[in-house]
Design a protein around this ligand. Structure first.
Ligand code: ADP
Ligand code: MG
Length: 570
């Protein structure tokens, strides 16, 4: 092979490569710029987005600003004012320290930075194009800094094609603000798009007030507060009760020394602390702020500083177990879903929202089954198949000719609902059940944005939603297959799923299986014989009925031979 000589890469190329690590989409530009503004002590930060940040994204702050000299240094690689020597790495109190963000951002588009530190006669404007400095000039502006990036990846098609739709990119950008907003309640954040102000978090006194701005006042009100301090470690948190949980960590905000992290080992510690109180596989809404001496945390383990390494994680795990174990939630009904969307209606809010029947409610006499089945008759059971009963509120015992069947009612119903939803979708939906009274569902700004942008897909399942303004959507209809369920809670968990899956079409099967799970009869609920017969018959007709969509078996069969073996008859 014709081998080329070894060369040191030019800076411009190095920056593009480095940008690959930290700059993935407009929201990552935004995150880095927000961090810089917060490190500069700003208490008001305004983000502007055009075409979801794909055409333009800018972040403006009223922080310390920079001198011309500093501004010119700041766009160099590995240039930072936040650390100077190795020991400083153990004492990091700022969000940034790697000195990589500005050059990386400047490498991927047309970059303009304006800044004034309040002392020089005028401010400084730097213009860069694909990492090359094009112009340095004086400019007038109030103290602080604005950074503006146009045409992200326009000269890097390989990256550009990974950008998603405008709405998806906006959702990511909103989420990035929400993430940091919990850590900085005293800072005013605002996001503007072509449509005007899309998010506004005025300064507030503390985390709970900020949670109210992000997730809605009612959600915030229901969270239990916790606090723990042993001199070294301080933990402050807010979390929802075991009756209000989510299928993913979409409302899981962990802060370590004011830095939002999604750290697998910390998440594991939190999950194990939650395990005794919360249903398996479900997560509370939670904001947990952990404060530690800076030398107990290594933040230099991940390019975008998302993960941290905590020395003595054991101690934090133990503390979490203790405080979460001793929390008491008022008004909690274990195992019974409380309607998270029920709310007090105010003036001018349209028809009063209703509390839909909870998933435990039996509906009788209308030809539907309690597990949310649509009105159809279904095949009669085979003459020699008989439901014998239910065991542990979880397993249905069926006699099928000579065989004994044990059916896992939850897995079986999951399969049935999943197939029904898939079928609905393939038929183009249309089977939708109008709610008698539309329900207002309170969500976060990024969730609202996401739901509305996926409205077509949701409609194909029979959901009908409408913009309501602020943090709310109005739910008008739900898939007929699930009309007996708690509609608002269902939409919330759908929103939680969508929040983490930008590429919906590929993941649709996975999503539906989660929704099916959410809508299914849970284990531990007693069913009438008619309901059980109906479920067994539905399962019998279901394609791939042997397993639930997650791959768990729906039933086990005990043959006469196996019975004989059990009793030493053979
Ligand atoms: P880092 O934040 O890791 O230091 P950056 O490339 O993000 O690296 O920024 C480089 C330097 O530029 C920072 O250390 C800081 O001194 C300065 N800087 C960047 N953004 C701002 C801002 N918005 N206000 C004041 N100074 C800033
Ligand atoms: Mg930075």
């Amino acid at each position: 092979m014709n081998r080329k000589p070894v060369v040191v890469l030019p800076d411009s190329l190095i920056n593009v490569i480095a940008a690959g690590e930290v700059i993935e989409r407009p929201a990552s530009v935004e995150k880095e710029l927000l961090e810089n503004s917060l490190d500069a002590g700003a208490d008001r930060i305004v983000v502007q987005l055009q075409d979801g940040g794909r055409r333009m994204i800018s972040v403006e702050d009223n922080g310390s600003g920079m001198s011309e000299q500093d501004a010119l240094m700041a766009i160099e690689r590995h240039a930072t004012s936040k650390i100077a020597e190795q020991g400083d790495l153990n004492q990091i109190r700022t969000l940034g320290f790697r000195g990589e963000a500005l050059p990386s951002i400047a490498a991927v588009g047309r970059f303009v930075m304006e800044t004034w530190d309040g002392s020089a006669p005028s401010g400084t404007r730097l213009v860069m194009d694909s990492g090359k400095l094009v112009k340095v000039e004086a400019c007038g502006r109030p103290r602080g800094t604005s950074v503006n990036l146009r045409g992200i990846f326009s000269k890097i098609p390989a990256r550009r094609k990974f950008l998603k739709s405008r709405e998806t990119e906006i959702s990511w950008c909103l989420r990035a603000v929400e993430d940091l907003a919990f850590a900085y309640p005293e800072v005013h954040f605002e996001v503007h798009s072509e449509r005007g102000v899309v998010l506004s978090f005025p300064p507030v006194a503390g985390i709970r007030e900020r949670i109210a701005a992000v997730w809605g006042a009612e959600s915030a009100h229901r969270l239990a507060g916790l606090h723990w301090n042993d001199g070294d470690v301080e933990i402050t948190g807010f979390l929802s009760s075991p009756s209000e949980t989510y299928p993913r960590r979409s409302r899981h905000q962990v802060l370590v020394n004011g830095r939002p992290v999604r750290d697998p080992s910390l998440n594991r510690a939190i999950s194990s602390a939650l395990a005794n109180r919360y249903p398996p596989g479900r997560f509370p809404a939670l904001v947990l702020s952990v404060g530690l001496p800076p030398d107990k945390v290594d933040v230099n383990v991940h390019p975008s500083k998302r993960e941290v390494r905590i020395r003595d994680l054991q101690r934090i795990s133990a503390a979490l177990r203790e405080i979460i174990g001793s929390l008491s939630f008022t008004g909690q009904h274990p195992g019974k879903a409380v309607d998270p969307s029920a709310r007090v209606s105010g003036p001018d809010r349209g028809p009063a929202p209703v509390r839909s029947p909870s998933s435990g409610d039996l509906r009788a006499g209308d030809g539907t089954t309690a597990y949310g089945g649509a009105v159809d008759v279904g095949l009669p059971l085979k003459i020699d198949r008989r439901v014998l009963g239910q065991h542990l509120g979880t397993y249905i015992i069926v006699q099928d000719g000579e065989e004994l069947w044990l059916i896992d009612q939850h897995a079986a119903h999951e399969r049935v609902v999943y197939n029904r939803l898939m079928e609905l979708r393939e038929r183009g939906g249309g089977h939708s059940q109008k709610l008698l009274i539309p329900e207002l569902v309170e969500l976060s700004g990024s969730e609202v944005n996401n739901l509305l942008s996926k409205r077509k897909i949701l409609e194909s399942f029979g959901f009908e939603i409408e913009e309501f303004g602020g943090n709310e959507v109005r739910l008008l209809a739900v898939p007929a297959a699930v009309s007996g369920q708690n509609a608002g809670a269902l939409l919330k968990s759908v929103a939680a799923d969508l929040a983490e899956i930008p590429d919906l079409p590929d993941e649709i099967g996975l999503l539906i299986s989660r929704w099916a799970c959410k809508m299914s009869v849970t284990a531990g609920r007693s069913l009438s014989v008619a309901e059980m017969e109906r479920l067994v018959s539905d399962l019998n007709k279901a394609q791939a009925g042997y397993a639930c969509p997650h791959g768990r078996p729906t039933h086990a069969i005990i043959t006469p031979e196996e019975l004989e073996k059990l009793f030493d008859r053979r």
